[in-house]
Design a protein around this ligand. Structure first.
Ligand code: UT7
Length: 324
């Protein structure tokens, strides 16, 4: 059975760090509030001339390096992002050109907000298993600080910029849970809740990019339920239980959401990968950033069973089970 195996990971965070303390000098907030309510200590902010495609290309270069592949080996570039360089062309096409991925490769963006990386895994896995492509560069990249209203303390303290990437390659498995590769994914949406987390602008509505608006408490409530349901669904489909999971690599939105979800599923704290303190909520970039950190720290090793999840605007949410 054909499987999509992660053979390389990479990440990139912009140089400029904005700490909670510095933020509190121009926003009515405090380091104490941000840390205890969210787990965030700092976020990275892209330089003025740094675009989402730059962050994406840096992360992708490192992922290719770790997979020991050259840009010419890539059949498809997928960029999960809510903050593209331009309305069009797709940031993936800009990244293709920046990396030197040859003409003729597939390249497109995927917009599922914070769930973009999970949606991307679903799409990349389908493309590989259907035999259309053999090697996919899947990138989550965001310059989310460009969508922030710095007067709105309920949102501006939460988000940051960054990028993470993985290389997925076609491999052969037995069709069992022992296989390396993506074992199961679920990607879900419910547009009835779109007002709870959205931007108040867009190309077709206002002609502007708008700012992030969120009813945090409501989103929090839905997040815990939806994420837990999606995680149970992927584990059930693959016939594994929470005890079998080697590492939980969640979307980094709020440490309290992650604690509540892990507790609900019976995943012990030492199996939860947490990077939110370093970079805040980086939307589609957060799972591949956490995954790359886990690989680098030796917390995720070849053969390990990983459980990923995300929830975001739309609402969109999902989970993925994979063996490294
Ligand atoms: O990645 C996409 C998915 N997004 C999420 O999953 C985010 C989900 N939501 C959350 O993470 C949390 O709801 C927040 C972190 C956004 C907010 O935490 P909360 O515990 O739900 O706080 P709250 O909104 O209920 O606000 C509590 C208090 C309020 O004051 P009063 O009304 O109790 O007097 C807020 O005005 O905290 C106040 N507050 C702040 N105080 C200092 C809100 N933001 C701030 C702030 N600094 N930045």
């Amino acid at each position: 059975m054909r499987r999509s195996v992660i053979t390389g990971t990479g990440s990139y965070l912009p140089e400029r760090i904005l700490t909670n303390e510095e933020l509190a000098t121009f926003v009515d907030t405090s380091d104490e509030w941000i840390r205890t309510r969210t787990g965030i200590r700092q976020r990275h902010v892209a330089a003025e001339n740094e675009l989402t495609s730059d962050l994406a290309a840096h992360a992708a270069e490192k992922a290719l390096e770790s997979a020991e592949l050259a840009p010419g080996d890539v059949d498809a570039v997928l960029v999960a992002t809510t903050t593209p360089d331009y309305t069009f062309p797709a940031t993936a096409c800009v990244v293709q050109e920046k990396l030197g991925v040859p003409a003729g490769a597939m390249a497109f963006d995927l917009q599922a907000v914070c769930s973009g990386f999970i949606y991307g895994l679903t799409v990349a896995d389908s493309l590989i298993r259907s035999g259309q492509v053999r090697r996919v560069l899947l990138i989550g990249a965001e310059t989310l600080t460009r969508l922030l209203d710095w007067q709105d303390r309920t949102t501006c303290v939460l988000f940051g910029d960054g990028a993470g990437a993985v290389v997925l390659e076609a491999g052969e498995g037995e069709g069992t849970v022992a296989d390396r590769g993506v074992l199961h994914t679920v990607s879900r949406a419910d547009g009835r809740y779109r007002e709870l987390l959205h931007t108040d602008g867009g190309p077709s509505s206002t002609g502007t990019v708008g700012h992030i608006r969120m009813q945090g408490r409501e989103v929090f409530r839905h997040a815990v339920t939806n994420i837990a349901d999606a995680m149970r669904e992927v584990m059930q489909a693959a016939g594994v239980s929470a005890r079998d999971i080697d590492l939980f690599v969640p979307h980094q939105a709020n440490v309290r959401i992650l604690d509540a979800t892990a507790r609900k599923l019976g995943i012990p704290p030492e199996k939860v990968m947490l990077t939110i303190a370093e970079h805040g909520n980086t939307s589609a970039a957060s799972i591949p950033l956490a995954l790359d950190a886990a690989v680098k720290q030796g917390r995720a090793k070849p053969g390990d069973l990983l459980l990923l999840e995300a929830m975001g605007g739309g609402f969109t949410w999902g989970a993925a089970l994979l063996r490294l």
